[in-house]
Design a protein. Structure first.
Length: 460
């Protein structure tokens, strides 16, 4: 008797949860009118904040290198603008450039609802590039933007050990978010949406090992471009697995040692992930923000000369040290992932903006001297947005500060005024004060714009 053929368990594997199908149907069919006003308002805030971050990053040396390669490889004269440059590239190339610009300084918005995801840096560059084809109004953009948040965040929640595996979520989940967002902007049907999500998921990449290098922000650019490509391919007829989320070899089980695909559909349509977005008052890793708040508070409350400080005591969630434990950063990009550097500059400068994360500040003698006095204790009982800090003087005096929720988080949000002020500081040096104010005004009325290209042109 001939042996029985070997049984395969890939492709349409016997899982049968229908998560990918049901989720794709939702993403393809919810309407702008289904979004609560809170979601629409967060979209306005997110667009304004992200454009400012992209303009701030537009003149960085890494972007100049990227653009030189993109132009030589693909040529200029495309249809999609590169923000802050008066330059047009092809849609896929412009998405790469704008995505990297937006994430370069680690100043972009951050969702912390079970995942740490910079959703806007992959999603908005892809949507802006696609909008250059015409016929896209503000409501359509907001709907696509919201779909991106739903896809990226919810699939991340369904793969809870994804980050622990070394993946950079903005590169991986960001690709899926951009794919779903673009598929929605293209008005793809549920089956095409499912294929776009699958084509995006199979391109998902980005490793945490690249923190502190140009490659880290490159993840966001590639996520934007790959997500856009996924949607365009799905529209043209490419297909993908109908179980790319929950399948035996789907995203959740391949990219995470723990898979909870059922979470994707939890409270779908009643809990909108864009509502829970957070914004950064500081230009560094978000897990550093509670420490920075505490050190700024100490600097204002107890302005002690640095040479009279014996030690700086920090108590933080273990995740803060895991992500930002660089002891001796050698340049500005590395310093964005150093809790030691951030604690020092926050106390010395009473802030942690772009100027605190330059190459010069990373190697400044006074910063190096103070960060060597930082002692860290981790505490699992603290939340990720919570920190405690204390300054102990040589004479034994002790001054302490406790931050319950970092500035910019859902529980301690930045105001609209603070978001706009940050945008103006970031945008004005690149496009001028008048255009920056006009651009801000346009974003605040985003849902009434007849053509998104008028908004993008102001930033180009």
């Amino acid at each position: 008797m001939a042996p029985a053929p070997a049984k395969t368990e890939y492709g349409l594997a016997p899982v049968g949860l229908n998560v990918t199908k049901d989720f794709s149907t939702f993403l393809a069919t919810f309407r702008f009118e289904d979004l609560p006003e809170a979601a629409v308002h967060q979209a306005r805030r997110g667009v304004l904040d992200w454009i400012g971050c992209a303009l701030a990053g537009s003149k960085h040396k890494e972007i100049q290198t990227l653009l030189s390669v993109l132009k030589s490889a693909g040529g200029s004269g495309g249809q999609a603008p590169v923000l802050g440059h008066g330059l047009k590239l092809g849609q896929l190339e412009a998405a790469i450039a704008n995505g990297q610009m937006g994430h370069l300084f680690d100043y972009d918005d951050t969702h912390m609802g079970g995942v740490i995801l910079h959703t806007s840096s992959p999603v908005l560059p892809a949507l802006f590039a696609l909008a250059e084809s015409g016929g896209i109004d503000g409501r359509m953009l907001i709907t696509g933007y919201a779909a991106g948040f739903e896809a990226g965040v919810r699939i991340g929640q369904a793969a809870p050990a994804h980050h622990d595996g070394g993946w950079h979520l903005t590169g991986t989940l960001g690709t899926i978010a951009a794919g779903a967002a673009c598929a929605r902007l293209l008005a793809l049907d549920p089956t095409q949406m499912m294929h776009a999500v699958g084509l995006a998921a199979t391109q998902a990449s980005g490793m945490q090992q690249n923190r502190g290098t140009a490659a880290k922000s490159f993840h966001a650019g590639k996520a934007a471009s790959n997500g856009l490509l996924a949607a365009l391919l799905a529209k043209a007829g490419f297909d993908s697995s109908h179980e790319i989320i929950e399948g035996r070899y789907g995203f959740c089980r391949t990219y995470s040692s723990v898979a909870k695909p059922e979470l994707v559909l939890l409270e779908l349509g009643s809990r909108w992930e864009i509502v829970n977005n957070g914004y950064k008052p500081y230009a560094c890793g978000v897990v550093l923000h509670p420490t920075i708040d505490a050190m700024v508070t100490l600097g204002d409350r107890a302005p002690i000369e640095p040479d009279k400080i014996a030690r700086v005591e920090l108590r933080v969630h273990p995740h803060a040290v895991k992500i930002t434990g660089v002891r001796e950063p050698k340049n500005g990009l590395q310093s964005k992932f150093s809790i030691y550097h951030s604690a020092a500059v926050a106390y010395l400068d009473r802030t942690a903006g772009l100027a605190q994360y330059t190459d010069a500040r990373a190697t400044s003698a006074e910063v190096v001297a103070l960060r060597e006095k930082v002692v860290i204790t981790t505490d699992e009982n603290l939340r990720r947005d919570q920190a405690q800090a204390a300054i102990v003087t040589a004479s034994g005096e002790r001054h302490a500060a406790d931050v319950a929720h970092a500035t910019g988080t859902v529980d301690n949000p930045m105001s609209d005024g603070a978001i706009e002020a940050k945008f103006l500081v970031n945008a004005t040096p690149v496009i001028g004060a008048e255009r920056a104010r006009e651009l801000a005004a346009s974003v605040w009325r985003l849902d009434t714009l007849a053509d998104v290209r008028t908004l993008v042109a102001l930033a180009a």
